[in-house]
Design a binder for this molecule. Structure first.
Ligand code: AMP
Ligand code: GLY
Length: 432
């Protein structure tokens, strides 16, 4: 069995490592991967971030006789990699282009929710600045503005007053700060509450919720500073059996998949629901159509079920009856970044201490993100988020202590990480 994983981050390293635990003993290839993935799987060139890239991955999958392709990031999915592979008779884990529009277009996601009466903040969509500004004049604050398309997590503005909203609308619609992602502007009510992410693996009909995880989006301790791709994570937060989760499954996950089916779209892959728990129940903030990063690192170290088997069944529409088994222990993943991230940062620095962690800390896994191997064999930094040091412990405090102890032994120039990952439980109760 030959599997190709597409992507190069910490999420993909965790996927590769988990697939390699399968009893089916797959041979795993990764395009393009990173230094950590390269130590476990065969790296191949390529990326799915353009139509040409997808064509060349397709050629590679054919030449290599790949049995299953697993797509990590959203960009190739939104571009239609799943459709292209399926049309060529190749199996791929990840939703079709039509289904991936749930992440690719926030407006389309909201319209789907509205058509099916699924709870989400009231909204308006504008493609022209003049009516948008008129609406912002009359609106109540705070208010949330979102660029329609993919904007690397940066296209959302929570405006406290009219002036901030007007500046945000100008930046999105007129200045096109997010490029074509800002051709349409979504304006929605601000929802007070606490956030939770609910991820499910689905074959379009049946679905398996993954254990919960809490991501830390801001760069600095205490949730200060700019937004990032994710500075760390812990799992679990709320038990899957908790009524809050059951409620979200029944009110959001099930009707969303059913609504898509009604409209002729079978969603196969991971549906990631960003939810706000409000006094009126869970409401959808956004959808992603893939696993989260770094949620995946914290979640998959706890998975006991054979992931390869689960992916295969999802692709074949055979998830019914499958149960996921979890390690009851807690996990904490702390992301080490290059100095300056998420702003400009230098890369190419040697990383030391990785071998020490591998040999002396059995409950710790270092997932690589922005790393590459130099011809000399040295591991060098090559991105903003560099490593995700992930530990298991009987309690969250124990997992946290192990992750931070391991980080003490790892060094690279400019290395920085948050000190407060998993320090206290995040709110999981509905807000006011
Ligand atoms: P999104 O990418 O749509 O999840 O938005 C990014 C972040 O903005 C979310 O994680 C929330 O913290 C915040 N946010 C988005 N929409 C709303 C909303 N309607 N009310 C309150 N906060 C929101
Ligand atoms: N950690 C947030 C995401 O993957 O979208």
């Amino acid at each position: 069995m030959k599997v190709l994983v597409v992507g190069s981050g910490g999420r993909e390293h965790a996927i590769v490592a988990t697939l390699l635990r399968s009893g089916r003993r797959p041979e795993v290839l990764c395009a393009p991967g990173n230094a950590g993935i390269g130590a476990e799987a065969r790296l191949v060139e390529g990326s799915g971030d353009s139509p040409e890239g997808i064509e060349s991955l397709l050629g590679l999958a054919r030449d290599e006789g790949i049995d299953l392709t697993v797509v990590g990031p959203e960009a190739p999915l939104v571009l239609g990699i799943a459709d292209r592979f399926a049309a060529a008779g190749l199996r791929v884990f990840g939703p079709s282009r039509e289904a991936a529009a749930l992440e690719g277009s926030k407006c389309r996601a909201k319209e789907l929710l509205a058509r099916h009466g699924i709870p989400t903040a009231p909204f308006r969509i504008f493609d022209d600045a003049r009516p948008a500004m008129a609406h912002l004049e009359r609106a109540a604050y705070p208010l949330v503005l979102k660029a329609d398309g993919l904007a690397a997590g940066k296209g959302v503005i929570v405006a406290r007053d009219r002036a901030e909203a007007a500046a945000g609308a100008e930046a999105i619609l007129v200045e096109r700060r997010f490029g074509d992602a800002g051709r349409r502007l979504l304006v929605e009510d601000f929802l007070p509450g606490s956030e939770v992410s609910l991820l499910v693996i689905t074959d379009g009909e049946d679905f398996l919720p993954l254990e919960t995880a809490q991501d830390y989006k801001q760069a600095f301790d205490g949730d200060e500073g700019p937004n990032t791709g994710g500075m760390g994570c812990y799992s679990p937060t709320i038990a899957l059996e908790d009524p809050v989760i059951r409620d979200a499954v029944e009110r959001i996950v099930r009707p969303t998949l059913a609504g898509l089916r009604e409209e002729g779209v079978l969603f196969r892959g991971v549906l990631y629901c960003g939810l706000m728990l409000t006094a009126k129940g869970p409401q959808v903030l956004e959808f992603n159509v893939r696993l989260g990063d770094p949620e995946t690192q914290a979640i998959l170290v706890r998975l006991k079920t054979d992931l390869l088997e689960v992916f295969e069944r999802a692709v074949e529409g055979r998830l019914r009856g499958v149960r996921l088994e979890w390690d009851r222990r807690h996990s904490v993943c702390v992301v080490a970044t290059s100095g300056g991230y998420p702003g400009t940062h230098a890369t190419g620095f040697p990383i030391t201490g990785l071998e020490g962690v591998r040999t002396s800390a059995p409950d710790v896994r270092v997932f690589h993100a922005g790393t590459r191997r130099a011809p000399s064999g040295e591991v060098l930094t090559s991105g903003g988020r560099v490593l995700g040091v992930t530990a298991l412990g009987a309690t969250r405090a124990e997992a946290r202590a192990k992750a931070y102890a391991a980080l003490e032994g790892i060094r690279f120039e400019g290395m920085r990480y948050r000190q407060d990952i998993g320090a206290e439980a995040r709110g999981s109760k509905p807000g006011p």
